[in-house]
Design a protein around this ligand. Structure first.
Ligand code: ZN
Length: 152
């Protein structure tokens, strides 16, 4: 790198790597949540492709997808189209929160199944939630009043 800046008093001031990088990144979009995700996911794909290299086709597909992902992440980081990238990031975050909510619900239901049992009323089909581990109990349907005995 031959970039040099000269101070007023003739002091030679080399432009360090950080300074150069700062100038290079000026006006460019840089990193966001989507960028973090695509970068990490791409690296995981590349690592997986190495681990799976003895299955040639699978390895090649993962490898190609991984490198494509890395190129795409860099394209977004170096992009000057701020509005477009920000829009993509909003769409990504919207989707990511849906995925998180989905897994949150799955976890909640799993805990529910561990601590509760769902019985259907033999009279009307109403679903009744009973805590587990109470032994043999009589359940009275809150909807139609049918009583039935179940092990909880
Ligand atoms: Zn009922």
């Amino acid at each position: 790198m031959t970039l040099h800046r000269y101070g007023g008093a003739g002091i030679k001031e080399g432009i360090g790597m950080r300074d150069w990088l700062y100038r290079f990144m000026q006006g460019r979009y840089g990193m966001d949540q989507m960028g973090k995700f695509t970068s990490i996911a791409s690296m995981v794909l590349v690592i997986l492709s190495i681990a799976l290299s003895r299955w040639y086709t699978a390895g090649m597909i993962l490898n190609t997808a991984g490198f494509a992902g890395i190129v795409y992440s860099w394209f977004r980081m170096l992009s000057r189209n701020y509005a477009k990238r920000a829009e993509e990031n909003r769409a990504y975050q919207n989707y990511a929160s849906k995925v998180r909510r989905f897994f949150g619900r799955q976890k909640y239901m799993m805990n529910e199944r561990k601590t509760n049992h769902i019985y259907s009323c033999p009279g009307c089909g109403q679903k009744i939630r009973i805590p587990r581990g109470k032994g043999k109990i009589e359940i009275r349907c809150p909807k139609c009043g049918t009583a039935f005995v179940r092990k909880s």
